[in-house]
Design a protein. Sequence first.
Length: 155
Amino acid sequence: MERIEYNFKLKDIKNIFKKKKCPYCGNTKLTKRTVKEFRGKTKSQLDGMEFNTDVDLYAGTIVYQCEKCKKEFVLQALSDKTKLMESIPKNNINDNEDTFQNNTKNHVSIFFKLLTIIMLFSVLSVAISDKNIVLFLVATPIILITYFLTKVFTR
């Protein structure tokens, strides 16, 4: 799931409903698109209630492009000609998503390493206290195989 948040100023809301024309050449044929910038993960919300599901949070910017002069501008440019669209490099957005996903994978792999060590020590302590070496010899390979399988599937 994903959520896109738009930020408008009060004076810009009137520009949403009026007929739009290019502030540079006066052309009324404009194409509209949304530029999304990844902001991270957040909890899902509905009417003020927060849920445990994670959603991708994007900051959305509505961009208008004039078909005649090919200039791009944001909604504020209808009232203020100095605010052109700043180009957002797409590689930067993808790098943010990749960094976030790599951090999540690192946390998962650290969790499985710690879980494996805890399981091995618990089996070892039970085997030593009960003087049952067969339990240790049977359980250790199962724990290690499970660890390597989870390591392969979390790549």
